[in-house]
Structures are given as structure tokens and as C-alpha cells.
Write a protein that binds this ligand. Structure first.
Ligand code: RUB
Length: 331
């Protein structure tokens, strides 16, 4: 999906239904981007929805938010982004505002989120690049804007880094990462996922992105990330995770688990092959969990966070979160 070139909006304007379809089909992917895409679609819907009463209007906006939230289950950035947008409108609705008042509050909060999300990626780059040494060889997995922000900034600082990108089956997001980094002028090599252990011998650091952070400091990210982390651990290679704080999964505070998305099996075998091999079963989980022991630290827009400090950070930020947890007793 192309971004708009006018410098104002990251994504073309779409209806909520189109946004849902594009998210589901992964025409827009990556945790930060899907959050901003949904926030922008919800903002545009809220800016135009027609209703006679504030109750009716708010009901429509909530329903649109619900639909967007349900497009992909694992990346918590999606519900967190949508809930952030709804937070502004809800406060306004609950204080008895008119349709126009709620509309303005919702649109403004959405714009705040979009700006904060883009700023966070930039800040993560600045903070993370300080942890990269001159001449480092880095391994990355999948396609993370936040992880690439660190690598780009390290390159800008003249650190002369080299990057190996895992291809990241089954959807090959690593190709996109390799193309982006090479176009940026970084010395980039694409490897197949199975070459990760062989390549790790030459690496100084692994840097990956994040779809969700659980209360115990574990990372949920694209399938294969935990293999990279295990291999980095074995080779005593520094493993860091670039993550905006809206990837904290607050529901894990109360013991809920992160739902791992299972996608269509045609992503791993063609229909024809399946028809020829009717006895073969398929499994296509697209995210996995890396235990906190294998993570050196998270790089967030608020600074470096070791996995053991995630609980404290969640507690600190909890009061600002919105969504199912916002209706729970916070005492
Ligand atoms: C993308 C993926 C990325 C994270 C972080 O998965 O796992 O590493 O989303 O990306 P998918 P970012 O392609 O299935 O969405 O740093 O851009 O938020």
C-alpha cells in the first residue's frame, strides 16, 4: 500500500470496511502502521458520521472502532491505537457534549495518536542508535519500522553498520526490510531464515520489532523471532527489541494470554499441493513468544527498559490506558 506523497497523510483515505479488509489481508502490516492506519480510518469515519443524538453518534463510532480492533488479533498496537482514539470521544460523550463536541474530541485525539506514534519511532531510533557500536553487524527479522529506525539512525551517525535480514517466511517481510535498508545506503544482506544460526557467528547484535509486550517482559513478534533470540542467546549476541509503549499489552496484567494469529494455510502451501497431499495437515501460526531471559532490553520512546522493568512501566502507564481494562477496578 502506497503512502500519500503530499506529506500530510500517511495513508489514502478509506472507509472502515475497506480498512478492515486491508488490515485482514495484510495489505497494511507492521504493528505501528496498522495502529495508525486504523486510527486514521476511525478518525475519518468520526469526522463524517451523521447522527441526530450524541448517543446515536457515539454508538456508531464505537461500532466502527470495534470492527477495526477485530481485524488482527495479536498486535496489541491495534486495539491500543483504536482505544486511544476512542478515549477522547468517550470523555466528551460522558460529559454530555453535543455530536459536534464529541466529533472534535475524537478527531483531535486521533491526530494526537498519529503524531505521537510517528514521533515514538524517531525517538526509538535516537535512543537505540546509541547502543549500536561502530562497525556492528546486526541481524534483524521481519519488517519493523522501529527496529529500522535504530539501524537508519546508526547509519546516519556514520557507524558503518552491516545488516543481515532474515527473509521471514511465509510472507517474506524481510525482503521489504532489505530493500528499504539497502536503498537507505546500509550494507544489507538477505538470508533465508534457516541461515540465521550460521550467520549469527558474524553478528554483534540482533534488533527486532514488537507486536506485544507481556507483563513478565516477554516479547510477542513475528513467527521466527524466538528462534533468532534463542540463537543469539546461545552465541551471546546482544538481543534488543524496538517497541513503542503502546505495544504494552495491559490485559496480561490480569493474567490474560496473547492470542496468536493463525493465518490461512495457503500462505505455506499451494491449493494444488494440498489437493495432491490430502493426508498432510497444516499449521501456520504467525507470531511467537520470546521469553524475557533471551531479551537484553527494550528500546522504547521513554528510554531503555529491561524486561524485568516491564511490570513497573505497565503500572505507571496503566492509568492512561483505555479499552477493556479501563472499565476494571484500578485500585
Ligand atoms: C510485523 C512484525 C513486526 C512488528 C513490529 O508482522 O512482526 O516486527 O509488527 O513492527 P506483520 P513495527 O507483517 O504480520 O504485521 O516496528 O513497524 O511496529
Amino acid at each position: 500500500m502506497e503512502t500519500l506523497k503530499d506529506g500530510k497523510e500517511e495513508f489514502p483515505r478509506v472507509s472502515v470496511d475497506e480498512a478492515y479488509d486491508n488490515l485482514k489481508a495484510m495489505r497494511v502490516h507492521g504493528a505501528g502502521r496498522i495502529a495508525r492506519y486504523a486510527a486514521q480510518a476511525l478518525r475519518d469515519y468520526a469526522s463524517e458520521a451523521k447522527a441526530k443524538t450524541s448517543g446515536e453518534y457515539w454508538g456508531l463510532v464505537l461500532k466502527a472502532g470495534e470492527k477495526l480492533r477485530s481485524a488482527r488479533p495479536t498486535a496489541v498496537s491495534l486495539p491500543n491505537g483504536v482505544n486511544y482514539v476512542l478515549y477522547g470521544g468517550r470523555s466528551s460523550f460522558e460529559s454530555g457534549a453535543t455530536v459536534e463536541g464529541i466529533r472534535t474530541a475524537t478527531v483531535n485525539t486521533a491526530n494526537d495518536f498519529l503524531t505521537a506514534s510517528v514521533d515514538a519511532v524517531k525517538l526509538i531510533g535516537e535512543i537505540g542508535a546509541k547502543r549500536v557500536k561502530n562497525g556492528d553487524t546486526i541481524i534483524t527479522h521481519c519488517n519493523s519500522e522501529a527496529a529500522m529506525s535504530i539501524m537508519k539512525k546508526a547509519h546516519d551517525l556514520g557507524k558503518g553498520i552491516k545488516v543481515y535480514c532474515d527473509e521471514t517466511r511465509p510472507k517474506f517481510q524481510g525482503h521489504k526490510t532489505a530493500a528499504t535498508l539497502a536503498a537507505y545506503g546500509i550494507d544489507t544482506t538477505l538470508i533465508c531464515d534457516s541461515a540465521c544460526r550460521m550467520t549469527m557467528a558474524a553478528a554483534d547484535r540482533a534488533i527486532v520489532g514488537c507486536d506485544a509486550i507481556t507483563v513478565n517482559g516477554a516479547l510477542v513478534n513475528k513467527i521466527g523471532t524466538s528462534q533468532v533470540a534463542t540463537i543469539a542467546h546461545e552465541a551471546r549476541v546482544n538481543f534488543l527489541v524496538a517497541a513503542e509503549t503502546y505495544k504494552l499489552d495491559f490485559k496480561t496484567l490480569t493474567g490474560e494470554l496473547v492470542d496468536i494469529e493463525e493465518r490461512d494455510h495457503t500462505e505455506i502451501a499451494s491449493k494444488e499441493w494440498m489437493a495432491h497431499n490430502p493426508k498432510v495437515k497444516f499449521s501456520n501460526p504467525v507470531f511467537d513468544v520470546t521469553p524475557p531471559e533471551y531479551i537484553d532490553f527494550y528500546v522504547t520512546e521513554k528510554g531503555i527498559v529491561p524486561p524485568g522493568a516491564v511490570f513497573s512501566l505497565m503500572k505507571e502507564l496503566y492509568q492512561y490506558s483505555e479499552g477493556p481494562q479501563a472499565t476494571q477496578d484500578r485500585s
